[in-house]
Design a protein around this ligand. Structure first.
Ligand SMILES: C[S@@+](CC[C@H](N)C(=O)[O-])C[C@H]1O[C@@H](n2cnc3c(N)ncnc32)[C@H](O)[C@@H]1O
Ligand SMILES: [Zn+2]
Ligand SMILES: [Zn+2]
Ligand SMILES: [Zn+2]
Ligand SMILES: [Zn+2]
Ligand SMILES: [Zn+2]
Ligand SMILES: [Zn+2]
Length: 436
């Protein structure tokens, strides 16, 4: 069941092009150091292996559709590594132009923003000459420019960025955790709503946004607020300049460090975990090797096994994260009956993360954490066992809790849906308990 869902997700959000690679399972070949790998415009490439190709290949870390990033190079084990000048991202001149226009904005005077060219200006003449048939937001104030998410269209779900924004309710819950715990230093890794809210709510927290969306150059200062960053290979598009800002943020984060990340759901856990670990290591260099940052990694519940196998200090908090612009990942009309499948993976004690009681969330005393309305504590398992928003039931033969719709099949000796392909499980011996 889990495999089926995760494949479906991948095909929707990540493996969206037409190349052969996308129909087979693609795995990361983990390497300690990526710097000697070939680079595409998105930074160092990843060594990938697919079930349909015999030898590994280097490909883009972030965009897996060849339409988005065509880079492909077969792995040749004995090939000499030549240090070459890496190609810069073709958007670089536009990013610099956006940033200089932002800095030139004056407090008085209406601002226009063209969401076709991603440029802002105050000079009335510019509209007539350059943006006649474009989609232009007119009459913006400087303070409106500080809320880019209300101006920017979310980038398409089919592209690598897969931008889905949290609902107000989800944001309120996340903000309530910040208020309660009084955290002071927050890195938002692909979480622009959290960054925007932290900037405007007076919580006394400093925040830095790391995101690949280069349209943000029209709204945020690139020396203080936003760094153009690829979270799948830990790459800063503007090199040393951004790295200095980033290191300075970590150096002055002596009291704590919170990392909130909401990556595109097709993103490989190994790569996200590697970036989270790298950030942790940099921070420890300044503040001691035993320090542990607070991590919030927002991802679907059925990725639990993959996440925990990359970062075993995280657990799945049973809060359902909702998005404004995602049909499946929201509550109510059009969403799943049992609510959004997206959860928060964290290392913060459950007792520090209350969920809204008025929505039916309950505190489980033996587990010392909040759980979703339909979750029940199983005395045999010793925990609240439901994962998907429904109530699970205990199977004595399997010795664990399983989904409500499952029943125990004597032939397979496992719990499965009543119409499961029984012979398939028996013949191929793939009755893997983790799959439930
Ligand atoms: C699923 S959205 C999360 C947005 C979040 N729900 C919010 O409301 O703030 C994914 C975010 O990650 C960013 N992103 C996508 N690919 C990225 C990459 N390779 N590196 C860094 N950021 C990336 C997108 O631009 C987007 O802001
Ligand atoms: Zn690329
Ligand atoms: Zn324009
Ligand atoms: Zn419990
Ligand atoms: Zn149980
Ligand atoms: Zn069973
Ligand atoms: Zn069976």
């Amino acid at each position: 069941m889990r495999i089926k869902q995760s494949k479906k997700l991948r095909s929707k959000h990540f493996y969206n092009g037409k190349s052969k690679v996308e129909t087979s399972i693609t795995r990361v070949v983990l390497q300690d150091d990526l710097s000697n790998n070939p680079h595409c415009i998105h930074g160092p490439c990843i060594l990938w292996k697919t079930s349909s190709m015999s030898s590994p290949f280097y490909g883009c870390s972030s965009y897996r559709s060849r339409k988005e990033c065509p880079f492909f190079e077969k792995f040749a084990p004995n090939k000499q590594i030549h240090l070459v000048e890496h190609e810069t991202h073709p958007h670089l001149p536009f990013v610099l132009e956006r940033q200089s226009r932002l800095k030139a904005l004056e407090t008085r005077g209406e601002i226009s923003y063209c969401s076709t060219c991603h440029l802002c200006w105050q000079n009335q003449g510019e509209l007539k000459t350059s943006h006649q048939h474009h989609h232009v937001h007119k009459g913006l104030s400087l303070s409106q420019m500080k809320h880019p998410l209300s101006i920017l269209e979310p980038l398409s779900a089919n592209k690598g960025e897969a931008q889905f924004h949290f609902t107000k309710l989800t944001m309120n819950v996340i903000m309530s955790w910040f208020k309660k715990n009084k955290w002071k230093n927050v890195l938002c890794l692909g979480a622009p709503s959290v960054f925007e809210a932290l900037k405007h709510e007076n919580l006394g927290a400093r925040a830095l946004l790391l995101d690949i969306d280069d349209r943000l150059a029209s709204f945020y200062d690139m020396n203080e607020e936003w760094l153009w960053f690829n979270m799948f290979n830990n790459h800063f598009f503007l090199g040393n300049e951004s790295e200095r800002t980033f290191q300075e943020f970590l150096r002055s984060a002596s009291s704590d460090l919170v990392i909130v990340t909401d990556p595109p759901f097709g993103g490989k856990c190994e790569l996200i975990a590697r970036t989270l670990n790298a950030i942790t290591q940099y921070w420890r260099l300044y503040h001691g090797i035993l320090r542990v940052p607070q991590i919030f990694w927002i991802f679907p519940y059925f990725m639990e096994h993959q996440i925990i196998s990359c970062m075993d200090n995280l657990y799945m908090a049973d809060f359902q994260v909702d998005y404004t612009n995602h049909k499946t990942f929201q509550n109510g009309t059009g969403g799943r009956k049992s609510g959004s499948p997206v959860r928060v993976f964290t290392n913060v004690d459950g007792i520090c993360l209350p969920f809204p009681e008025n929505l039916g969330y309950q505190f489980c005393a033996p587990c010392e954490k909040w759980v979703s309305p339909n979750n029940r504590h199983c005395d045999i398992c010793g925990s609240c066992t439901a994962k998907n928003g429904e109530t699970y039931k205990h199977c004595r033969k399997c010795k664990r809790c399983v989904k409500k719709k499952f029943s125990h099949c004597k032939l397979c000796n496992r719990c499965a849906l009543p119409d499961h392909p029984c012979n398939l499980f028996r013949d191929k011996s793939i009755a893997d308990p983790k799959r439930q």
